[in-house]
Design a protein around this ligand. Structure first.
Ligand SMILES: [Zn+2]
Length: 268
């Protein structure tokens, strides 16, 4: 499957998907064995004022629109949390759903100019909202965050964060500061969170992370010096784990898990 990001919808559209965004959740079609969500509607199930075109997923044209946070839905539909859809729909479809939530949220939170307070106007040519008084433009927000697995011989440095929702250990992560390179952010975050110096920072890949508007940029790095001294405001525990004796780690599909799997496979 491939997704072609676009701002303007083509005139000819045979198949469509409509992502109704309710707060930070999505309207889904229900059914299946357990009555859970199976996918997204092929047409608007509620009035779609000012829809946003997102792009085409293998020729299926995708739209997003805002609905009430607790909408009254026709039978066979429900409101689903983006996280709970993680294992229900395909990775590519989940990414489009995440984009839908982010675009609608951006549109909803940039109704007024941040500089002069005038109501903004939507510009569909480049997906922005523009102030008619002072011309300030606002674009969808994206917060780049680095995530890194540190290797030391046959060990991986993994940490349990104070805000983790589950008792697993994962790669270290943090947001990129303005003016900072991605590699610089990796070195700084690891130094701040666990007091360790790293080198040989290598890019692996990235993953959209719509909670609420991040892009996770994945790296591997090599331990250079220092023992672990955690920042207790961010990290509950951090250790070097042998690759053949890892603790509970994040679920498949997450970039954290992929980074760990790739590092483990490099053994020997
Ligand atoms: Zn303005």
């Amino acid at each position: 499957m491939s997704f072609d990001h676009a701002v303007r919808a083509p005139e000819r559209r045979e198949r469509e998907l409509w992502f109704a965004v309710a707060g930070s959740k999505l309207v889904t079609v229900t059914g299946g064995d357990a009555g859970g969500p199976t996918g997204f509607p092929g047409a608007p199930v509620l009035p779609a004022t000012e829809p946003h075109y997102l792009g085409g997923l293998d020729g299926v044209h995708c739209f997003a629109y805002a609905v009430d946070a607790e909408p009254t839905l026709p039978e066979g539909h429900a409101v689903s949390d983006l996280r709970s859809l993680w294992s229900t729909v395909s990775e590519q479809l989940w990414a489009v759903a995440g984009k839908a939530v982010q675009i609608v949220d951006w549109d909803r939170t940039h109704r007024f100019c941040g500089r002069c307070g005038t109501p903004t106007e939507r510009v569909d040519a480049d997906r922005s909202r523009r102030c008619p008084a002072c011309s300030l433009s606002a674009y969808p927000r994206l917060a780049p965050a680095v995530i890194c697995v540190v290797e030391r011989g046959d060990e991986l440095l993994l940490a349990h964060g104070t805000r983790f929702p589950a008792p697993f250990y994962s790669a270290l992560a943090g947001f990129v500061e303005p003016g900072e390179s991605l590699e610089g952010a990796v070195v700084r975050e690891i130094r701040e969170e666990v007091g360790v110096e790293v080198e040989n920072v290598r890019y692996y890949g990235s993953q959209p992370w719509p909670f609420p508007h991040s892009l996770m940029i994945g790296f591997h790095a090599t331990w250079k010096s220092g023992e672990i001294v955690i920042d207790p405001s961010e990290i509950a525990d951090a250790r070097f784990f042998p690759k053949d004796d890892l603790p509970l780690i994040p679920p498949p599909l997450s970039i954290a898990r992929t980074l760990i799997d790739v590092a483990v496979a490099r053994r020997g």
